[in-house]
Design a protein. Sequence first.
Length: 235
Amino acid sequence: MTVRIGVITWPGSLDDRDAQRAIRIAGAEPVALWHGSHDLEGVDALVLPGGFSYGDYLRSGAIAALSPIMTEVKDAAAKGMPILGICNGFQMLVEAHLLPGGLIRNHHQHFVRRDQKLTVENTTSAWTSEFAVGQEIVIPLKNAEGGYIASEETLDRIEGEDLVAFRYAGVNPNGSLRDIAGLTNEAGNVVGLMPHPEHATEAGFGPNTADAMRSGTDGLAFFTSAIAAVSRVAA
């Protein structure tokens, strides 16, 4: 069985092709999907990629969260399909209320681009099972509206229910409350994060490591985790 993972493109998406390449490297078949469609084309999982959907008007991800295909995304999420939102995709997931909280302008008011250290907090989701709790990984980050916010009550709830998937380590690059870099939903099938795992899947093109320049491939485990999750369900 070849796992098929859809990547949705919106006007202003920048990293859809990168996500498709990462999926292919991980061993699955990428399927290009369009924001104006209501057809998920029978895919097994979904990626909502990074970029500036609809120019980031109103709020980042706010218009995209109301696009036609999001009706199917919400239905798929409710049925347990693995869904990953990366950067702008994470913003869409919170705007669509598939994940709690919100994302606002970075506290320093500047766009930030860096190879970001993350600490893995949750390995029970469809996108994190091939990591270890407490593992430190390096994933590229690039955003201007990456500050995670939520009420104290919501923050306490997601902490208590172990819904924090990743925290920023070493440096909090955007002022996110409680250093939250990524979340999972209660069912573990929906994950969103601001850093870009699709940019750390191929040696020679990823972050620098102690072994060699651009050799980091920590992002690959996101996609192989999803492939494994789909394969387990199909077995």
